[in-house]
Design a protein around this ligand. Structure first.
Ligand code: SER
Length: 320
């Protein structure tokens, strides 16, 4: 039987693509998109859409009851850079929404939860290359703190109350349909937009800042794979390390130059540099690979080709 899905935060970068993909798999009538406002008309006009406040238990529960929802993907969050500007807002949104969904599952209103964690759970004392699943974790951003605490609560609800919650530590996600917002890895999306529009980009990180990254299609595949894996295969109930590629701003600029030779990059690091410096450069995801056969597909070159092709269509310019 198909799951009956509610996506909270469906207007965002990952939520929007997840909505379309889940509808193509399970049918439009089984995937309800929701968000706090009508901020993404492609999503709002594409099928069932509800206004849901992720911080309001009654608002989520009302939607769950209206549509007989059994599965929630909680994609609403304040990311790392915005979280540093509004620490209490980030704490409130990221934690309250998670507790509401966990408590709905504990009370048996829903059966399954997907909740994203992040490479931001790691901190400056974490080994930076091939960061293992289990290691020192001392996050220094509010966002990272909420994700780390959230992971502990997910595991707790699984062990104490049998809640089927599944989670991935996403790296920076690169996509062309919907822009990310408020993250430290956002430069890796913005650079492609600026390359197509202006042929130049001023990066807020230094040229050699290496971070783990992944193309959206891979992130969506990993999300759907872990959610459809057999229950006993999903051994880790905090959150799985998940990896694809790692690159620096200089490397992504070089990859763009292969297609747009006149592209120029400059560097004006800001407060986001310290956030990036506190995160791993690469991730060891052997638990995901061995546990439920995870493997990424898109290389940096694949991503650059796809991004430039799609954005060129969007902005209607020609990339040679
Ligand atoms: N992409 C996120 C950020 O930069 C990390 O999970 O905040």
């Amino acid at each position: 039987m198909n799951p009956k899905i509610l996506i909270i935060g469906a207007c965002g970068q990952i939520g929007s693509e997840l909505t379309f993909k889940l509808r193509s798999i399970y049918g439009d009538e089984n995937v309800i998109a929701s968000d706090i406002s009508y901020s993404n008309l492609d999503i709002v006009n594409s099928g069932f859409f509800e206004i849901v406040d992720a911080q309001d238990y009654a608002s989520i529960k009302g939607c769950v009851e209206k549509y007989n929802i059994d599965t929630i993907y909680l994609m609403a969050a304040i990311l790392s850079a915005t979280g540093e500007k509004f620490p209490m807002k980030a704490w409130d949104l990221n934690m309250n929404s998670l507790f509401h969904v966990l408590n709905l599952a504990k009370a048996k209103f829903i059966k399954q939860i997907f909740w994203p964690s992040s490479i931001a759970v790691f901190g400056p004392s974490t080994p930076t290359e091939s960061t293992p699943q289990y290691t020192t974790m001392e996050p220094t951003t509010v966002y990272g703190i909420t994700k780390q605490v959230g992971e502990r609560w997910c595991e707790y609800y699984n062990q104490k109350y049998g809640v089927d919650v599944r989670s991935l530590r996403y790296p920076g996600i690169i996509s062309w349909k919907t822009q990310p917002g408020g993250g430290t890895t956002d430069y890796a999306v913005d650079i492609y937009h600026k390359a197509v529009i202006d042929k130049k980009y001023d990066c807020f990180l230094t040229e050699n800042t290496k971070l783990p990254m992944m193309f959206m299609d891979d992130a969506i595949k990993a999300t759907i794979d872990i959610m459809s894996a057999d229950n006993d295969v999903v051994k880790i109930r905090s959150s799985y390390n998940l990896a694809a590629i790692s690159f620096t701003p200089k490397e992504v600029a070089a990859s763009i130059k292969q297609h747009i030779p006149e592209f120029e990059i400059s560097y004006t690091p800001d407060y986001r540099q310290a956030i990036a410096d506190s995160w791993p450069k690469s991730i060891n995801d052997e638990e995901a690979r061995e546990g439920w056969n995870w493997k990424y597909t898109f290389s940096l070159e694949d991503i650059t080709k796809k991004m430039l092709f799609q954005l060129e269509k969007k902005y209607n310019t020609t990339v040679k």
